[in-house]
Design a binder for this molecule. Sequence first.
Ligand SMILES: *Cc1c(COP(=O)(O)O)cnc(C)c1O
Length: 395
Amino acid sequence: MNEQTDSEAPATQAARGGWAADFVTRPSAPPLYQTTAFDLEDLGQLDDVVSGKSQGYIYTRDGNPNREAFASDVARLEGAEAGVACSSGMGALTATLMALLKSGDHLVAARVLYGRTGQLLNHLQNSFGVRVTFVDANQPDEFAAAVTPGTKLAIVESVSNPLLEVADLPAIAAAVGGVPLLVDSTFATPCLLRPIDHGATLVWHSASKYLNGHGDVMLGVIVGPSASIRRIKGLSSLYGVNSNPYECWMASRGLRTLPLRIERVSASAQILAEFLASQPQVGRVYYPGLPAHPTRRQAERLLTRGCGGMLSFELNGGRPAVDAFFRELAETIPFSPTLADARTTLSYPAGTSHKFMTAAERAACGIRDGLVRLSVGLEDAGDLQRELSAGLACL
Ligand SMILES: *Cc1c(COP(=O)(O)O)cnc(C)c1O
């Protein structure tokens, strides 16, 4: 803190303002370090922080206490050695791919992925000469067959978007052998599944979703072995896909209630999935907690604490029925192209997360024109059932 005297000109007083005497009592909530850089005592301190000999921060693009707090909390929840937070889920994926791959390398990825993930892999392939083989995530043998000596990474979602297929992680990890397995666990969260316990190397989250959980943050995080995370963090700094302190501070606040929120949305989604499956306007319902779900067996083995808050269902009337349903529910369960808000929201995979695919590619992934995705929030389940029922009644 700068000593201020009345002899300083207003410009000097103003420019050096904003400081109270340093904390003499500890704040009971984590402070927000909304700062671009950190003041250093001298060149010795700079050298010590750069070399890691002493703890500290220099420049927020490279490191910040709020970023460290959030990333290390997620790492602990996932049972990982370390973590790094990035500007968004896609930012975290970018930093990871830049850190682990170079042109000519090969990666194996599940065919059904978050739309932008698939698009990014295609871009790497077309513009940077990374070779990508897409395989059926439900056929671990296909992963084994696709691995070559040049394979540097395998990518899969623990619970897939939007059909909620639960990956057989132990079988996939065994199939790829020594190749690092990156798992997008955005839908499962560490409350339902810890992929590292089942053979994954790195776990990736869009923290914009459940980890923050209040629909007001863009943030990504990746956790795994310290050596990999150090490289990913370095590349996130170099490519400028670092997180900012405010988003991390917000997400740390969200993280405190993650277990409670996941317990609640899992219970409500189970009720709503069973309700929807009994409705005449509804075709298939995709929820791993239903006996008819194609990956029910994996869910029973891996999702022992509940199946989460995401479910999808087909409206028999196709796209026109979806349009009418969304209009009817606009005031109660809004169409909002995100998920994992505190509120329940609806989305349309064919027109949002998967609009970058051709209709034929979508059909191959089972994403039909009547498919609606529901992100179950924290409201009373009875109210939600009544509202969905009213929406269906108008079809
Ligand atoms: C949203 C999402 C992403 C991308 O994360 P952003 O924070 O939006 O960049 C990746 N995977 C899944 C499953 C997602 O839902």
